[in-house]
Design a protein around this ligand. Structure first.
Ligand SMILES: Nc1ncnc2c1ncn2[C@@H]1O[C@H](COP(=O)(O)OP(=O)(O)OP(=O)(O)O)[C@@H](O)[C@H]1O
Ligand SMILES: [Mg+2]
Length: 462
């Protein structure tokens, strides 16, 4: 056995960095969180090669005083807590005092910062944990971090990075979550020379959802707002079942502005949706939880992705009932008998279209002029076979010849091939069909709840 020795500072820092800095997106997360903690209202993130060679993060926050800058890069150096008791009452995103030292241990870092009170700014260079220079420089108030060549001094770890494209994807997702978690901050994310995300910081969560997920999702949201006797508040939006997904990627929730993963919250959300959705489908949610810091332990995970809650069962019950009530107060699914209609084998695409919102006024003014209410009567009737076919086609999704595991699961009960089209199948409950669409020569997956939902929307559009 070798002799036992105490490791040197730099080795200790590199080991500690391993916990916090896994890939470029970890650096972006830590630096954006610092910017938010510094009270920034605008944060710009620019990356090159997926952040592997270059990350620049600029904020208009409080800045760091010149003489404090070297200290900020020491391990366990923080302005956010003073004693262990403060851990019970942390309202900032950071508190461990580890991020900057971890980033500087495995990258080449340049920092430019200026406080509003100071006349000049400071430029600081630190590489692999070694200070290179500290100088005065002209700069606007706020802080800019330039981080170059991640893991340049730990090649073994660099090997584990994915392609620049994949790393860009991770950072994109992170930036979307950051924007959703802080609607009051304007975020700009540039990858290569492309602006991938730009939010206005106008406090409106729905605008950010629109910006990130687009019109279809935004048109299918239900608002949530509920305050509980223990002070917990849940606000945000949940998706109608029609916009469910095959994985949990769209299940977003934030506790006191922090994106986290929690088995309890996920389970409560999914259990509430259970009777509204098919199996193996997951809902769209963007929920903000405001919870008293005394009811939380945030110091249980190095990247702060997990929390411990003081009252797990109550949290489950509260979330479950909030979601269930929101879903059940809306008419989710209409009772329409489809019966044999589903036997369709080749769906005709007709030019018929549903009225767009702007057409509603025109339709109602036409009715006022003619005194007819035929349009409304038509909408309240059962869907015709043609209408149903059209809706079915509009709500179906193309499926590759080689079905994914998820699609296979969704139609796992299928065992009755439809005549004439060998690739067409449907499950016996009639909730889901895989049809071969001759015109486009593709398979399309039709889900009954989606068709019914679309029909319901059309019916009630007037
Ligand atoms: N963008 C910034 N603007 C102003 N001050 C900053 C900024 N980034 C870092 N700092 C200062 O540097 C200190 C160290 O930052 P660092 O991220 O290492 O630790 P932390 O945020 O306190 O805790 P954690 O390791 O949990 O993130 C912070 O406490 C803060 O005072
Ligand atoms: Mg921090």
């Amino acid at each position: 056995m070798n002799k036992i020795v105490v490791l040197d500072e730099q080795t200790i820092d590199k080991i500690a960095a391993g916990e916090v800095i896994e890939r470029p997106s970890s650096i972006v997360k830590e630096l954006v969180e610092n910017a938010i903690d510094a009270g920034a209202t605008a944060v710009t993130v620019e990356i090159k090669e997926g952040g592997i060679s270059f990350i620049r993060i600029t904020d208009n926050g409080s800045g760091i005083e010149a003489e404090q800058i070297p200290t900020a890069f020491l391990r366990h150096a923080t302005s956010k807590i003073r004693t262990a008791e403060d851990l019970l009452d942390v309202t900032s995103l950071g508190f461990r005092g580890e991020a900057l030292s971890s980033i500087a241990a495995v990258c080449q870092v340049e920092l430019i910062s200026k406080t509003p009170e100071s006349l000049t700014g400071t430029r600081y260079l630190i590489e692999g944990g070694k200070e290179k220079s500290l100088e005065e420089i002209g700069a606007p108030s706020g802080t800019t971090f330039l981080v170059r060549n991640i893991f340049y001094n730990t090649p073994a770890r660099k090997k584990f990075l994915k392609t620049p494209q994949t790393e860009t994807g991770y950072i994109s997702e992170l930036m979307e979550r950051m924007a959703l978690s802080h609607p009051e901050v304007s975020f700009k994310f540039i990858a290569g020379s492309q602006v991938k995300l730009h939010t206005s910081g106008n406090h409106r969560l729905k605008d950010i959802i629109y910006n990130i997920y687009g019109r279809d999702i935004t048109n299918n949201l239900l608002e949530v707002e509920k305050t509980f006797e223990n002070g917990m508040k849940i606000t945000g939006f949940i998706g109608k079942p029609v916009i469910s997904r095959g994985n949990r990627n769209f299940e977003n929730y934030f506790v006191n502005g922090r994106y986290i993963k929690s088995k309890i919250i996920s389970k409560a959300i999914e259990d509430a949706y259970q009777s509204f959705m098919m199996k193996h489908k997951y809902p769209f949610t963007v929920l903000h939880f405001q919870i008293d810091t005394e009811m939380l332990d945030i110091n249980v995970h190095p990247t702060k992705m997990e929390l411990r809650f003081a009252e797990n069962e109550k949290l489950y019950e509260d979330v479950y009932h909030t979601i269930l009530n929101t879903l059940s107060h809306k008419e989710m699914i209409v009772q329409v008998s489809v019966g044999k209609e589903e036997k369709e084998e080749c769906i005709q695409e007709k030019k018929e279209s549903l009225p767009e919102p702007f057409e509603k006024n025109r339709i109602s003014s036409m009715q006022m002029v003619s005194g007819q209410d035929s349009v409304i009567q038509e909408r309240e009737a059962q869907p015709s076979r043609e209408k149903l076919s059209l809706l079915a086609h509009q709500t179906s999704v193309p499926v590759k010849k080689q079905l994914s595991e998820e699609d296979t699961r969704a139609i796992r009960e299928i065992h009755r091939p439809i005549r004439h089209h060998p690739g067409s199948q449907k499950d016996l409950s009639g909730r889901c069909s895989l049809l071969y669409h001759q015109k486009s020569q593709t398979h399309r997956l039709h889900r009954l709840p989606d068709i019914l939902w679309k029909w319901n929307r059309w019916r009630t559009a007037a």
